[in-house]
Structure formats: C-alpha cells, structure tokens
Design a protein around this ligand. Structure first.
Ligand SMILES: [Fe+2]
Ligand SMILES: [Fe+2]
Length: 153
C-alpha cells in the first residue's frame, strides 16, 4: 500500500461521518456519538498526515506551497471542531457550524485527492510512498480510539 491509498481509507470514513452528523438534531446520543467519532477520525488522520505526508513534503521546494495550504485547512477544521465542542449540543446554531465543518472537510478531501496527492506523487519516490504509508498507519492507529472501530463499519 502507498501513502495515498492509506490516507484515502480514512477520507471515506470522514465523508460518511460528516454526512451522518448533519442528520442529527438536538442533544441526542446519536449526535454525541457521531461527533465524538468524527472528531477522533479527523484528529487521528491529521496527526498522521501532517507528520508523514506534509512535513516530508515541506522539506522540498516544490512541496512547500501545497503543504502550507493543506496545514492551513487542517487548522481551519480544528477551529470548527473547537467551536462545536464549545457549543451546547442543544444550541440551535450547532448544526450551522457542523454544516460549515462538513463543507470544509469535503472541500479539503477533494483538493487532496484531486490536487495535492497528484503533486506529492511526483515529488516522492516509490520507496518513500511505501515507508510513509507504514509510518502513517502506525500513527493513525495510535490516536484512533480502538473501541470505535467496529462502529465505523
Ligand atoms: Fe487527508
Ligand atoms: Fe488533510
């Protein structure tokens, strides 16, 4: 498996969880559970992706701009997650922030899969792509809540 295939596995989970979250309402166990899972998925993915894709890319001249751009988007998602964490689940404004987060996630994944990854693919060699996949997956697993895995499907 190469780094891009490894990263895409989590992208699919993120899309699914973000979509499901938008169909929740009020302070319900469903909303709490889905938010917790999305937050953990985004966190575990971003830690691994920052460390084993974007930091290595940042060390190259041609990878500098895409890395900065991607890290800025990760930061934006962090801020929205923080806003959601600080807002009561029952607050009528909660869903509007969740929508903004879902849009940001979708836009970011689209940009990675159809732009950043193609450019990164030209910068990294085959050996690096495999090594980074192994390192990314270990990091991702480390931050992923194991007990949530079976529920993610
Ligand atoms: Fe990603
Ligand atoms: Fe990302």
């Amino acid at each position: 498996m190469n780094i891009f295939e490894a990263l895409r596995q989590s992208h699919e989970k993120q899309r699914e969880l973000a979509e499901q979250l938008l169909h929740t309402s009020g302070d319900t166990p469903e909303r709490r559970e889905l938010f917790d899972r999305l937050k953990n998925e985004l966190f575990a993915h971003a830690v691994g992706e920052d460390r084993y894709l974007y930091i290595p890319l940042m060390m190259t001249d041609s990878g500098l701009n895409i890395s900065r751009h991607a890290l800025a988007e990760h930061h934006k998602m962090d801020e929205l997650l923080e806003q959601l964490t600080d807002t009561e689940f029952s607050n009528p404004g909660w869903l509007a922030i969740a929508k903004k987060l879902a849009e940001t996630v979708h836009h970011h994944l689209q940009e990675e899969e159809h732009g950043f990854f193609q450019q990164a693919g030209k910068i990294l060699d085959a050996k690096q792509k495999e090594t980074l996949a192994t390192q990314y997956l270990a990091e991702y697993q480390k931050y992923k809540k194991a007990d949530k895995d079976s529920l993610t499907g």
